[in-house]
Structures are given as C-alpha cells and as structure tokens.
Write a protein that binds this ligand. Structure first.
Ligand SMILES: [Zn+2]
Length: 107
C-alpha cells in the first residue's frame, strides 16, 4: 500500500506537492513529475469543484477537481435536485478499498 492509499484508508486525503514547482503531483508520487525533486505530503483542502456528473438510479457519480489540478472520481451522498458543473463540493469522507473512494456532499 502506498502512503497515499494508507492515508486515504484512514480518511486522510493527502497528496504529494513539489515545493520547488509549487504544484501538486497527481497521481501522487515520491518525486515531482516535472523536476524529479522531492515532494512534501500535504493534506488536500476538502473543497472541490464539480466537473461532471452522471446519475445511475439513486446514485450520483462525479468527477471533482481539487486545487484546480487534482481530478478524482467520486460519488455525491446527498439527495440532489440540481447539480451544475462548476459548483462547489465538500469532500465528506474518503477511504481506500482496492481503489480510492471519494464521497462528496454539496457545499
Ligand atoms: Zn517539481
């Protein structure tokens, strides 16, 4: 299990960030994917932007973007009337079970 997966399984969404390039390395890695420099592991702020969504029965699936760069696939937990791409989401919780799981709610 990688550090990312381990933290995620404990409801901590962390990602590597290169302090030289000042950018998030996504997918997370021990080294910067631009300069190969060392990274720091930091908590990703829990607010995200809804990029796309789809509905399957009562479940809503979404692509959400953190920090204008980190895109993840997740679900939206609350009953929803209107979802609009670009609106703000809050990461409710995350975990790891073979794949990353991200659950959002409307902010
Ligand atoms: Zn870098």
């Amino acid at each position: 299990m990688t550090r990312f997966e381990d933290e995620l399984s404990r409801n901590n969404f962390v990602c590597s960030k290169c302090m030289k390039c000042i950018h998030w390395v996504w997918p997370p890695s021990e080294f910067c994917n631009k300069c190969l420099g060392n990274v720091e592991w930091l908590h990703v702020p829990s607010n995200a932007t809804l990029v796309e969504f789809s509905r399957k029965g009562d479940a809503y699936f979404c692509i959400a973007e953190f920090e204008n760069s980190i895109r993840v696939i997740g679900t939206i937990s609350e009953p929803i009337s209107d979802l609009i791409p670009g609106q703000m989401l809050i990461l409710e919780y995350c975990t790891y079970d073979k794949t990353p799981k991200f659950v959002f709610k409307i902010s």
